[in-house]
Design a protein around this ligand. Structure first.
Ligand code: TD4
Ligand code: CA
Ligand code: ZN
Length: 307
């Protein structure tokens, strides 16, 4: 199918109480793993590229790979810019064929974030492109942090309500205690679900959970066994993600789980078969490993058979 705006699939997920997986890709193998798995499970899906992925692979390569491979499956697929910072990048992505963009201006003061987001919404909506914005700072919050410290870092639900009204943004990523990467927490995982509930009440639009990789025990073990020094890694347990979905999260961003799976599989083959220098024998199994992880996540998010 041709690429669709993210808004279409997110609104449906939000209303019906499940979430869409948003998976990052940087190369053909990752993209194939995402699209083939989503297609097998009849799941709508969001494929997303960061600014870093775009400068690594090239904008037109990202878009043409996405269009071609999405065209070969018959599930709704949205191509999303993850963490767009500059207006120029966002314009270029819209021009090139992205169907969704994120403006990440959450490091700016509220008024500047809202003004920039509003500007992106005006530009993007002219082309039927959906917009995601961010409020609060994405970082893990430890048990010891005081209420005042939490309030300074995490989203303010009242502010979130005002932000959505002022900007007309299509979806919002509120900081509720997750962070990017493999080391999200020192102690137990903490998602501020109370806060999320209030954000849902105040905003009424699909919410996005960033930093949602789970790094389950088996994946962690494989990574460590393959030689990646991530023994202390900690993700968001899938049950926590599922609670968040009940509180309005309709898009779940997953990258770290896929990176760990891909590289663990590559490292295992390289170690077991040092004689192998056929790229396909190294990248093929890595693609297969990523596909398994994606299948697990799609089942957990409840988006299988929703296409
Ligand atoms: O937005 N994301 C993905 C972030 C990707 C960053 O890519 P660059 O290295 O190119 O900047 C997430 O929220 C994923 O969270 P996760 O828990 O998987 O780290
Ligand atoms: Ca940010
Ligand atoms: Zn993110």
């Amino acid at each position: 199918m041709p690429l669709v705006p993210a808004k279409n699939i997110l609104i449906k997920a939000y209303r019906e109480g499940y979430a869409i997986g948003a998976f990052n890709f940087v190369n053909m193998e990752m993209l194939q793993a995402i699209l083939q798995t989503a297609n097998n499970l009849r799941a709508p899906v969001i494929i997303q590229a960061s600014e870093g992925a775009i400068s690594y692979a090239g904008l037109s390569t990202i878009v043409s790979m996405a269009r071609t491979l999405a065209g070969e499956v018959d599930i709704p697929v949205a191509l999303h810019l993850d963490h767009g910072h500059k207006l120029e990048t966002i314009r270029a992505c819209i021009q090139a064929g992205f169907t969704s963009v994120m403006i990440d201006a959450s490091h700016l003061p509220y008024t500047e974030n809202a003004a920039l987001t509003r500007q992106v919404v005006e530009i993007a909506h002219q082309s039927g492109v959906s917009v995601e914005a961010e409020l609060g700072r994405l970082m893990g919050v430890e048990d010891t942090v005081s209420v005042a410290e939490r309030d300074a870092v995490l989203v303010d639900p009242e502010e979130a309500g005002r932000f959505v009204q002022e900007t007309k943004v299509d979806s919002l990523a509120p900081a509720v205690g997750t962070s990017h990467g493999a080391f999200k927490y020192k102690g137990a995982a903490r998602l501020d679900l109370e806060r999320l509930k209030k954000v849902k009440e105040k905003t009424g639009i699909p919410l996005v959970l960033h930093g949602a990789s789970s790094i389950p025990a088996d994946l962690l073990q494989e990574a460590v066994d393959s030689g990646i020094p991530v023994g202390e890694a900690k993700g968001v347990p899938l049950e926590e993600v599922q609670k968040a979905i009940k509180l309005g999260v309709a898009k779940v961003n997953i990258d770290t789980d896929l990176r760990l799976g891909f590289v663990s599989a590559m490292r295992r083959i390289l170690a077991e078969k040092p004689e192998t220098f056929d790229l396909r024998k190294i990248l093929g199994p890595a693609r297969g490993k990523v596909a398994q992880i994606i299948a697990d996540r799609i089942q957990a998010l409840g988006c299988a058979n929703r296409a």
